[in-house]
Write a protein that binds this ligand. Structure first.
Ligand code: HEC
Length: 142
């Protein structure tokens, strides 16, 4: 009998939904669970609480998809085409306004959610300034 994969939380995940070879389960399962966690945290509020520290907000709200230091895992790129926020192409054009627009609106394909109901205005300003700043590329400063 075919059974959907089930993790320790009892969350059923149907491999067919993810269009990926089941052989690679070890690669995508953590990604799927990370996404589930991201969605759950979006629904339940911002895990960074009231913090207005950009790095803290990034770590709590963005790192699950974009990677702790802005470089997503290959699995996450394959899965949702998440952008590498450390890529030279992005660093050349990044501004706080660009990041703020993205964080407010989410992506048009909805793979990145809008954070307007999760983050307050000052938190959106803080994370946008952080992502656009040189400090973002210097993990030692985090
Ligand atoms: C659920 C996964 C997910 C989360 C969480 C997430 N993003 Fe994204 N992000 C994406 C995806 C997917 C894209 C690419 C969207 C597209 O192709 O239009 C993206 C794109 C971006 C871009 C645009 C990059 C470019 O090339 O212009 C920025 C900036 C960005 N995200 C910042 C953030 C910030 C800051 C946070 C946290 C507040 C965040 N993201 C949280 C998935 C996510």
């Amino acid at each position: 009998m075919h059974r959907a994969q089930e993790d320790s939380t009892g969350l059923a995940i149907d491999p067919a939904r993810w269009h990926i070879d089941p052989v690679r389960t070890s690669t995508w399962l953590p990604v799927a669970l990370g996404l589930a966690a991201a969605i759950a945290s979006g629904a339940c509020g911002n895990p960074a609480g009231q913090s207005i520290d950009g790095a803290t907000i990034f770590s709590a709200n963005c790192a699950v998809c974009h990677g702790e230091h802005g470089k997503p895992t290959e699995a996450m790129v394959a899965r949702i085409a998440v952008r590498d926020l450390t890529a030279p192409e992005f660093r050349k054009r990044v501004t706080p306004a660009l990041v703020e627009t993205q964080v407010r609106a989410g992506s048009q394909n909805h793979l990145m959610p809008s954070f307007v109901t999760v983050l307050k205005d000052d938190q959106i300003h803080a994370v946008a300034a952080f992502v656009a700043s040189p400090a973002f590329l210097a993990p030692a400063l985090k």
